[in-house]
Ligand binder design. Structure first.
Ligand SMILES: [Ca+2]
Length: 246
């Protein structure tokens, strides 16, 4: 997995103010039948990001894709899955999922994007998959809560009507994830370093600095109270340069 944003993290100046690639899957050179697929690009702060098929889907070949079949009926394992795990110490605000898909004529015709935070119960969005056309989708995820730990998204069929609309979805029909015209399938968003407790050595260092500051303030106080150059009833600002009282 290629890590981006290394310099940013090293400088600890990283407050990504605009959406960047969080995890991406390039299908360049893929056979289509590959098993679960780690992200080909992931941001610093992402522990793991994986694309996988549900247990009831098969893995047919399909050049430069992540392909699937077995979408007939409504089996609980009929889904494609994106899992993202955020490293401890980071939080993730997602912005979007940008993805291109293509079904064969007898593959699934209507699909939805679901997520783990509600147990995959309601689609965040839905999209039609006409037979044999590449469909590019941009899902706005900016309203999702900030994520720590892990989250999973699933693409599931809604209903059971095949892509060309002529009947029920067939197990032989395929659904493939392919690269978009503009690049790989990707999640975008912002990763933030969370405030973390300082290690003990850092506390000792901070305490030592604090003690020095306290001693310096006490020394300044003694100097100001020691010399009253104009006998004007107290020590004024500027009367600490060493002149004696007159
Ligand atoms: Ca189905």
């Amino acid at each position: 997995m290629h890590k981006t944003g290394m310099l940013c993290a090293a400088l600890v100046l990283c407050a990504n103010s605009q959406a960047a690639t969080i995890a991406a899957w390039s299908m360049d050179g893929q056979p289509g039948s590959q098993a679960g697929m780690a992200a080909t690009d992931a941001a610093m702060g992402i522990n793991a990001a994986t694309l996988a098929r549900g247990a009831d889907l098969g893995a047919p070949g399909g050049s430069a894709s992540f392909s699937s079949n077995g979408w007939g009926g409504s089996d609980s394992g009929d889904y494609l899955s994106f899992s993202i795990s955020v490293e401890s110490g980071y939080s993730l605000q997602l912005a979007s999922l940008e993805i291109a898909t293509r079904a064969s004529n007898t593959g699934p015709g209507t699909l939805g994007l679901f997520y783990s935070l509600d147990g995959f119960s309601d689609p965040l969005d839905t999209f039609a998959q006409p037979g044999s056309d590449v469909v590019e989708s941009l899902f706005d995820l900016s309203s999702l809560a900030v994520i720590t730990g892990s989250i999973e998204f699933r693409i599931m069929e809604i209903g059971d009507t095949q892509a060309d609309g002529s009947g029920s979805t067939s197990d032989a029909g395929t659904l493939r994830i392919v690269d978009r015209a503009a690049g790989a399938t990707q999640f975008t968003g912002e990763l933030q370093l969370q405030a973390v407790p300082l290690p003990a050595s850092a506390w000792l260092f901070a305490s030592a600095l604090g003690a020095v500051g306290w001693r310096r303030r006490r020394a300044d106080t003694r100097a100001v109270t020691g010399v009253d150059t104009d006998s004007g009833g107290g020590v004024d600002a500027g009367e600490v340069r060493g002149a004696s009282a007159g």
